[in-house]
Design a protein around this ligand. Sequence first.
Ligand code: GLU
Length: 471
Amino acid sequence: MEQKIITRFAPSPTGFIHVGNLRTALYAYLWAKKNKGTFILRIEDTDKAREVEGSIDHIMKSLKWLGVNWDEGPDIGGPNAPYLQSQRLESYKKYAQILIEKGLAYPDPYTEEEIDGFREKAELEKKAFLFREHRPITFGVWDGTRPLRFKVGDIKSYHWHDEVYGDLSAGPEALDDFILIKSDGYPTYNFAHVIDDLEMGVTHVMRGQEFISSVPKYLSLYDGLGIKPPLFATLPPIMGKDGNKKLGKRDGAKDVLEYEREGYLPGAMMNFLALLGWNPGDDKEIFTKDELINIFDISRIGHSGAQWNDDKLDWINKEYIKKLENEELENKIFEWLPEELKIKKLVPVIAERISKFGDIKKMITEGELDFFYKQPEYSKEKLIFKNTTPEKTSLNLKEAITALQKIDEKDFSFENVKITLMQIADGLPSRGELLHPVRYALSGLDKSPDPFVIAMILGKNETLSRLQKAI
Ligand code: GLU
């Protein structure tokens, strides 16, 4: 039987989770789902000093919004419960005991000052500080009041395979007697995650680059415990817009729920994040969640940093908006509109001009939608197209009014208005001599939808009255 793939996302609740971190969750999720495996949410809350209240809820909300659903986790339980590390202290003690019995763990006898002294001495000698060089020769029984350290067995080089970065190695200097359990009784990340991954049967550890240099330490612990390590897949860093620095707050490393508030669609965000470091192998860029699950592959995760790109996110989001069913689109747009603008005919016009729903707010505050319900104010000069004259403009507009009057009010559609106006415009030296003043007279805006759309939305009476006023 093939081994079941089990992945996990293991955030620490130390504040809001930024959107780049969610890519880690997404990749672990996609890989598990593709392989009909299990995706676990585990909360690594053992650093009580750094914990921020509310972050666990926030993490779960963010994942849910994005559509990254876990099969096991703190809220829904599962066969490996509990999923909060702070509730798994017994497990860590059990394995600590096993290591003690094997002679592979010992209480750290030093005070913080003494350790600082060792560190300073190493610095003066321009050597890397290694705790194991100060390992006491004999040690007493661990009573839980001292930190418990791992006694690294074989001081050797490690060679290992990373599913993304390939074959890696590190010399003995990467190994040390690291702390397993702190004096407050909580385990360190280094220890706890190894135990949890073991107990939860995790097959693929997918995480950020910041852990890669510690892998030899984890390998020495796996060796000490006599267990086979899971597969490691280290994800490439996400770079900021300029491509040089790691993604920072100013580049878009925001709270993902902020993107929700700005009116992005979760599917689009998932699509965008998926492409941030992974490529499907062809030019296709828009994927549904099911498609992503189908084609996602660890072997196509890149090594070099992926660059954050707001324009691309907006583009993908717009593609997602285009795919919405009429009714859903209307509901979404109406959520952002004041009562007087909840007009069905406006929906396609707005949809065409936004890349995220939050843009509607800007359209409103900048008065871009005012012309739909009130006569626009505008400058006379701007009515005149390029080199034409006011007289010529006025004649053209008169001709337009006469022609439009012939359309029945109930037939005043986009098509009919367009045919009528184009007939006149095509007879002029330049179409703009008519289409520009009509558009401008109707909207009063330098940039607006085309005149036919506006006329259709305003209806026959309002259209004619605005053209008359322009004349
Ligand atoms: N708790 C670690 C973090 O928040 C998780 C690292 C891992 O995935 O193992 O960065």
